[in-house]
Design a protein around this ligand. Structure first.
Ligand code: ATP
Length: 230
């Protein structure tokens, strides 16, 4: 279980998150929604140790990891698939999988990645930058499969992809959920996120404006709240 408690965080030019608390229970899918600039990416960066909060706590299974660097947080089972994919574009597909795999487990990692995404097997020697957008996103998502995480932080993994590929990506996320991997999902496709999620949080200008189950809020209310905050 991942818990963020009363997080306040930001950058040199100002505070972005104000007293944000959020829980990702074991095996649950949690959608984090909100308008552009609300602070969703910033929250994922805090959760994965990339950005140290000004105050508040980050706990993994009750253990305080606040201030731990990202590599330590990832060893504790929190994997971040960042906005913009987070692959190494000038390396081959197989070298990317090597870097995603836990130390000494490349063969196992490669088997897992390529049995999940057969296209990565066909493209193993190809430079990642030359893959299609959908294939690049599959390569980014393979990180969540090969590293056997507890919680995956997914930042707009559908961004810039054709609708058919987006559907495919959501199928992979559902599959990951069935394997018992908890997910914190930042997504622009609100309807799809509500269908997948066990819990929903809405972030608005750095504060949580709604926390509950998807049945408690409609897509329309969420979209209206986005417009209201512009
Ligand atoms: P989007 O949906 O547009 O990606 P978001 O909800 O993920 O938005 P963030 O990317 O977290 O929002 O940005 C929140 C605020 O923090 C914005 O005002 C943004 O300009 C600012 N911000 C983000 N990253 C940085 C950074 N590295 N340095 C300074 N300010 C930043």
């Amino acid at each position: 279980m991942l818990e963020l408690r009363n997080i306040t965080a930001g950058y040199d030019n100002g505070t972005v998150l104000l007293d944000v608390s959020l829980t990702v229970p074991d095996r649950a899918t949690v959608a984090l929604l909100g308008p552009n600039g609300a602070g969703k990416t910033t929250l994922l960066r805090v959760a994965s140790g990339l950005l140290k909060p000004y105050s508040g706590q980050i706990l993994i299974n009750g253990q305080d990891v606040t201030g731990d660097p990202a590599f330590k947080v990832s060893r504790k089972g929190i994997i971040h698939v960042p906005e913009g994919r987070g692959i190494f574009p000038s390396l081959t597909v197989s070298d990317n999988i090597l870097l995603q795999s836990p130390a000494g487990q490349f063969k196992k990692g490669f088997r897992t990645a390529t049995s999940t995404f057969p296209r990565l097997q066909e493209r193993a020697r190809q430079i990642a930058r030359t893959l299609s957008g959908g294939e690049q996103q599959m390569l980014a998502l393979s990180h969540a499969y090969v590293s056997d995480p507890q919680v995956v932080l997914l930042d707009e993994v559908s961004m810039g992809l054709a609708p058919k590929i987006v559907e495919e990506i959501f199928d992979y996320l559902a599959d990951l959920g069935r394997q018992g991997v908890a997910q914190l999902l930042v997504e622009q496709y609100v309807g799809q996120a509500l269908r997948m999620a066990d819990y929903v949080y809405i972030l608005d200008r750095g504060r949580i404006s709604f926390a509950g189950e998807p049945g408690e809020i409609s897509e329309e209310t969420i979209m209206n709240s986005y417009l209201g905050s512009l």
